[in-house]
Design a protein around this ligand. Structure first.
Ligand SMILES: [Fe+2]
Length: 317
């Protein structure tokens, strides 16, 4: 069926559809029709796709989000994340804001609040202990007091606590607040590479693509402060070969870090073998919003241009 049929479907929207839903769903219809025509999708293949989507829902529950996993394997979450948080202009700042990275499916709200320097290890699960410290600043380099820093990572067996009946609730997760100088610190484990769950649709996609399921060893971060744009990111161990070959395409160069041997005083005081210094710069929320408005204006101009073009085409037919 031709473009005329696709236009007929897109033009079926009622008058109460919002401009945004008209644009997004209209665009989805256009792309999915083009995809179907270009690839000569058959009824059997379409039904396979329908069952694939059904399976994503059936496999998801409070401890597993298969929809996010499928998005990740397709590189979609990394793309959405980057374009949502990209700051188009530097706004006269002296440092770039720290890059964001995908949230992933294992975040939990309300992790235990610890004092700076305390450990997020509730139960010993092996691994190498590390002391992580740094400053949270704005992009002018000014310290941000009272910023909330949430961190979480998996155990050396590759499982997050909610996936693992052997770990207590909230093991290897914690919330910290920066002091008056923007300083935070905590003890965790040097992170471990792990496979994303691959016994469902996301794993099926990986097989079709002849790809491995491994994520490089990483620690997740969520940093929030009232006036600043919240940052969700991950830090990656430079020594891990998967840092160059992430199954979900989430690695950002400024978040690749070096765990070094802890110096004597820190090693003794915190009972750790390794140390990591990692500082984070947050962008002002108003700057991110200004940039977003500019992007929406550009999109609107493009949409108006395409609309006008299609109107002129139809009047000359
Ligand atoms: Fe993770």
């Amino acid at each position: 069926m031709s473009q005329e049929y696709t236009d007929f479907v897109i033009n079926s929207f009622g008058p109460k559809a919002t401009p945004r839903s008209r644009r997004i769903i209209g665009s989805l219809i256009q792309h999915i029709h083009d995809f179907t025509r270009e690839n000569y999708i058959t009824v059997d293949e379409w039904m396979y796709g329908v069952e694939f989507i059904n399976k994503i829902g059936q496999m998801s529950d409070s401890t597993r989000n298969e929809g996010i996993l499928v998005s990740d394997v397709l590189g979609l979450e990394a793309l959405v994340d980057t374009q949502t948080h990209a700051v188009a202009e530097r706004h006269g700042s002296s440092t770039a804001a720290t890059s964001s990275a995908i949230l992933g499916p294992f975040y939990r709200e309300n992790s235990p609040v610890y004092k700076n320097g305390e450990s997020i290890i509730i139960k010993e699960v092996g691994g190498v202990k590390a002391y992580v410290s740094g400053k949270i600043t704005n992009t002018q380099g000014e310290a941000l007091a009272g910023a909330m820093v949430e961190v979480w990572h998996c155990a050396p067996n590759g499982l997050y606590e909610q996936q693992d009946p052997e770990q207590p609730d909230f093991n290897l997760r914690g919330t910290f607040y920066t002091d008056k100088d923007g300083f935070y610190s905590f003890v965790c484990l040097e992170p471990t590479a792990y496979p994303i769950p691959y016994d469902g649709p996301a794993g099926g996609l990986l097989q079709f693509m002849d790809r491995h399921p491994m994520r490089p060893s990483h620690i997740h971060w969520r940093v929030t402060h009232p006036s600043y744009h919240s940052l969700i990111t991950q830090i990656y161990n430079r020594e891990d070969p998967y840092t160059e070959d992430d199954s979900v395409f989430a690695v950002k160069e400024d978040c690749v870090v070096d765990f070094i041997k802890a110096d004597g005083k820190i090693a003794e005081e915190h009972q750790v073998e390794k140390e990591l210094r990692f500082s984070v710069a947050l962008e002002l929320e108003e700057f991110v919003q200004q940039d977003r408005k500019k992007i929406y204006a550009q999109q609107k101009a493009l949409e108006d241009h395409l609309h006008e073009k299609s109107r002129l085409n139809s009047t000359t037919k």
